[in-house]
Write a protein that binds this ligand. Structure first.
Ligand code: MN3
Length: 236
């Protein structure tokens, strides 16, 4: 029964190497019809850190709604000659209305978020990212504590981020709602390499009001390989 149910959602699940899962493919998708990217793992793959029901609702309902509402908001603008990528829209979001801002952010943030997790994740980053974390934050433990503290204190809904800033330095910050550090309107700017969704919809079914417990458990599913890969792309 479990297996049949999983197979039934097969179209939403691609292999980790699937082209649709790569963030850069999603970022360069033209704006005439954004689509929900496949999850690179099954809905129950991040158990027990993140439960199956939360993952399924988060992906098929919340993320799908951002995609649908972004397409609707862009078609309402009737800019039929524009084929801006998701990255272009985020970087120039001040030229758009609130519906585009909220839903382009929602689509970008979640597309990134799924790729930053994997079953049996956690552990340590490798190579140049680990060196940069050590030199910027003294140690991985200190980095995780600082990042977690930022995530815990986001008031209401929002995201915590590790970005590479304009000086190619690592920096930790937060954004409200579905804003992100790529956006020209954001006070906190940079290219995200790690992001954590601290909206209640990301954790409430399992953790209720205990956001710190969700954050602690999330470190066990962080996909450091992908964070390191994104970091390498930004600093090269
Ligand atoms: Mn979310």
């Amino acid at each position: 029964m479990q297996k049949a149910a999983l197979l039934g959602t097969g179209s939403l699940i691609a292999s980790a190497s699937g082209a649709t899962s790569r963030l850069e493919n999603i970022l360069s998708e033209p704006d005439n019809a954004f689509t929900l990217p496949a999850l690179p793992y099954a809905y129950d793959a991040l158990e027990p850190s993140i439960d199956k029901q939360t993952m399924e609702i988060h992906h098929t309902k919340h993320h799908q709604a951002y995609v649908n509402n972004l397409n609707k908001a862009l078609s309402d603008l009737q800019k039929t000659t524009d084929k801006n990528s998701l990255e272009d829209i985020c970087k120039n979001v001040s030229k758009y209305n609130t519906a585009v801002r909220n839903n382009a952010g929602g689509h970008y943030n979640h597309s990134l978020f799924w790729t930053l997790m994997k079953p049996a994740g956690g552990g340590n980053p490798a190579g140049s990212l680990m060196d940069a974390i050590n030199s910027t934050f003294s140690s991985l433990e200190n980095f995780k504590t600082t990042f977690s503290d930022k995530a815990k204190t986001v008031f209401g809904s929002g995201w915590a981020w590790l970005v590479v800033d304009s000086n190619k330095k690592l920096s930790i910050g937060t954004t409200p709602n579905q804003d992100n550090p790529l956006m020209d309107i954001s006070e906190f700017k940079g290219t995200p390499v790690l992001g954590l969704d601290v909206w209640e919809h990301a954790y409430y079914l399992k953790y209720q009001n205990k956001r710190p417990d969700y954050i602690s458990a999330w470190w066990n599913v962080v996909n450091w390989d992908e964070v390191s890969r994104l970091y390498s792309l930004v600093i090269k």
